[in-house]
Write a protein that binds this ligand. Structure first.
Ligand SMILES: Cc1cc2nc3c(=O)[nH]c(=O)nc-3n(C[C@H](O)[C@H](O)[C@H](O)COP(=O)(O)O)c2cc1C
Ligand code: SF4
Length: 709
């Protein structure tokens, strides 16, 4: 990028709030409240980091207006009583200290207020839900996840029943929203956002498939919008017309019978007429499906809400705010074109809170990219606090830090995957003298390879490579580490980050030439150690692979992705042994390239190491591509073109397999670390070699080791 982006960095205004640029942090529930709904030190430091990072305003993740009534999350932050004021005041002061603005998102969970039923309260709604939809979520969850998510249902007090809001309830709802807004103003929040999306109470009223009322709050969109309009009108009347109030709504539902964009345009017009100072657009998916979140508000499709937000902008004269995987340069163009006024960023600011400052300083290559893995949101589902796979600080700001070391030490990092690069980066930032050694001819490890099947992983590798290049880190590529090598380096400490070991199952036929391990696949796709697979390929495939390596095509991931659509040395019918994270990602890649893919797993849950929300997405995507997932399948024999397994009923089944890929058997790999320890070195381990933990394990492990040296 030659010049800093001019539109996204330009100042703006929402109501009376002057904003230093157009980058706003989208509301994200953090599950960081202390017992009883109080804002904690963890909450304050998490937000303060994002304020310091240059965002113009932070919209706090939803805060509960009637806590514990109407709350949905495990550690939901409350704004329902004056006792919550001091904690939230600390947060506001911490954010303001960085010249950043902060708003509170006011929330009642309605049909999603899961904490209500757990304590036997009725669930408040416009009208009671009718019928049951098919369960498309639990079959894809592990027993542990199911246990956590269903725990409230095991409470003796649990009682799921509904209360259709009568006039008194509606009065109460308006009152609690107004009281919370008034409290927010007293605390010093710069404004409030009314949460009117995502299946919560106000969205339940707006949604024709949920709201079946016959009174003035049901039926036409004007009636369904009435609750939101009355809340805005009464807040403005109580706290003063000048106090900024806006709302977040679903600009569309990706369902057949939910809110349409035309509905949302009407709601937006009415709410703005009632005094709203801005419209924050979002979207929602089908709540019966696990893909609800990645279809809806945490979209997997970049820029998915933009056309809907732009249509709303054409209807209102106040600023329109748009979220949803919007890259800064795309946001810049959208603002420049007048399609939207502000961009909200969520996951990008979990991955890198300093993103706005890096945009302002024109350093886009230093932005740590989000890899859209859904670790953050999946953790909220299983009652953990917010965290990020690629940023070990997120959610841990109050307990982890990067303090310079008081004595510079000589550190040898062995292994140039994400764990090694992150450990090297952090150690170098802290002032250590770091040498990073990698046996392959490039940095990135197995994640470089996964970048071919899933490009966001490639962007993470590129970011880490850039950081390593910028810092005073000596990099040695193509070096197989021996005891002599380590002795010559004479390090004060060694970090072993050599990745996992892979064990092949003991199955008849496992040595046949059409059976490939994960390492073989990596060699074929990246060209690293290609000699070990060449002998098992046809002469044409060998020639193509040789050409790929010689022409360095295998170093260009986007080109590799395109060319692999035309040619890959992999037969038509692919069977994978093991149905974990790697298998599911690879299955999608191969199925998109015309392969008929079957996954066999001895368990029942596929992709179980994948964060839940991403797993729902991946499994739905591969199902659409025709990938077969066979659970409870134990492979007993492989022959040329055939594979035999035993199913849950102990029956033998044989399927066609032109190519067999073993993705199971990934285990920790401690041998090098143990050897070096025996030789008297101070040894630390990071990443899969100490415990298989994929990208999150690598990034967090690397960070922790680098920070502890
Ligand atoms: C961890 C997490 C928590 C979220 N919590 C909320 C919330 O409390 N209120 C809300 O309106 N949206 C919530 N969302 C949705 C985000 O505001 C936003 O729509 C979504 O992350 C898409 O924007 P992005 O692509 O910039 O991340 C949450 C998203 C994530 C990832
Ligand atoms: S956990 Fe994954 S999806 Fe969430 S912010 Fe971090 S990288 Fe992005």
């Amino acid at each position: 990028m030659s010049k800093p982006l001019q539109h996204i960095t330009a100042p703006g205004r929402i109501g009376q709030i002057p904003l230093r640029n157009r980058m706003i942090m989208t509301p994200m529930g953090s599950n960081t409240a202390a017992e009883g709904g109080f804002c904690s030190e963890q909450t304050v430091s998490y937000y303060e980091a994002r304020a310091r990072g240059g965002a113009a305003m932070l919209i706090m993740g939803s805060v509960s207006v009637a806590w514990p009534r109407g709350s949905s999350n495990y550690r939901h932050i409350a704004l329902s009583d004056d006792k919550y004021i001091p904690g939230l005041q600390q947060l506001v002061e911490a954010v303001h200290a960085h010249d950043c603005r902060v708003a509170a998102q006011l929330h009642h969970g309605g049909l999603m207020a899961f904490n209500e039923a757990a304590v036997g309260h009725p669930t408040l709604c416009p009208s009671a839900p009718q019928g049951h939809s098919a369960d498309e979520m639990t079959p894809f969850m592990t027993a542990e996840e199911l246990g956590i998510i269903s725990a409230p249902m095991q409470e003796p007090t649990f009682n799921l029943h509904y209360k259709e809001a009568d006039d008194d309830d509606i009065r109460w709802v308006i009152d609690v929203f107004v009281a919370a807004a008034e409290r927010a103003k007293r605390i010093g929040f710069d404004g409030v956002e009314i949460h009117a999306g995502h299946g919560y109470l106000i969205a339940n009223f707006l949604n024709p498939s949920v709201n079946r009322r016959q009174d003035r709050y049901g039926g036409c969109i004007e009636n369904r919008s009435r609750l939101l309009v009355e809340i805005i009108t009464e807040i403005k009347a109580r706290v003063g017309a000048e106090y900024p109030v806006w709302f977040r709504l679903d600009s569309v539902h990706f369902t057949d019978d939910g809110i349409t964009n035309e509905d949302a345009q009407v709601t937006a017009r009415l709410a703005v007429a009632a005094g709203a100072d801005a419209v924050h657009c979002s979207a929602d998916g089908d709540h019966a499906k696990g893909t609800c979140y990645s279809d809806g508000h945490a979209t997997h499709t970049p820029g998915r809400f933009v056309p809907f937000a732009a249509a709303i902008k054409a209807q209102v004269a106040v600023p329109v705010i748009c979220p949803g995987r919007i890259e800064p340069e795309v946001g810049d163009r959208l603002i420049g074109d007048g399609q939207v006024d502000f961009i909200t960023m969520g996951r990008k600011l979990l991955a890198d809170p300093d993103l706005p400052n890096k945009i302002l300083e024109n350093r886009p290559q230093d932005i740590r990219p989000c890899i859209y893995c859904y670790t953050c949101i999946s953790n909220i589902f299983v009652n953990n606090h917010i965290r990020c796979a690629v940023n070990a600080m997120t959610g841990f700001e109050s307990e982890r830090d990067l303090i310079g070391s008081d004595r510079a030490r000589k550190i040898l990092v062995i292994g140039g995957g994400p764990a090694g690069m992150e450990a090297a980066r952090v150690a170098a930032l802290r002032g250590h003298r770091v040498t990073l050694v990698e046996k392959a001819s490039r940095l990135g490890g197995t994640v470089y390879f996964s970048g071919v099947s899933y490009p966001p992983n490639g962007r993470l590798v590129a970011y880490l490579q850039h950081q390593v290049r910028q810092l005073p880190i000596t990099v040695a590529l193509g070096v197989e580490v021996t005891p002599d090598y380590v002795a010559r380096q004479a390090p004060d400490a060694v970090v072993v980050a050599v990745g996992a070991a892979r064990e092949m199952p003991e199955v008849e036929g496992i040595d046949l030439p059409h059976v490939f391990s994960g390492d073989d696949m990596r060699s074929m796709i990246t060209g690293d150690d290609a000699e070990q697979v060449k002998g098992r390929l046809s002469s044409f495939n060998r020639m193509m692979l040789g050409l790929g390596s010689a022409s360095r095509i295998t170093r260009n991931i986007p080109l590799m992705r395109s060319l692999s659509k035309l040619w890959m040395p992999i037969g038509k019918r692919v069977v994978m042994i093991g149905g974990g994270l790697v298998a599911v990602e690879l299955a999608e890649f191969l199925a998109e390239r015309g392969r008929q893919v079957t996954l066999l797993d001895e368990g029942t849950v596929f992709g179980k190491e994948t964060p839940l929300v991403r797993r729902w997405r991946n499994l739905a995507d591969i199902r659409k591509l025709g990938v077969r997932c066979l659970p409870n399948a134990r492979v007993i024999r492989i022959r040329q073109g055939l594979l035999t397994y035993v199913n849950a009923l102990d029956q033998e089944r044989t399927i066609a397999a032109d190519c067999v890929i073993v993705t199971s058997g990934t285990v920790a790999n401690t041998s090098l670390a143990e050897r070096l320890r025996q030789q008297g070195y101070e040894v630390h381990m990071a990443g899969d070699c100490s415990q298989v933990g994929y990208i999150e394990g690598a990034m967090h492990g690397g960070f922790k080791v680098g920070a502890a040296l």
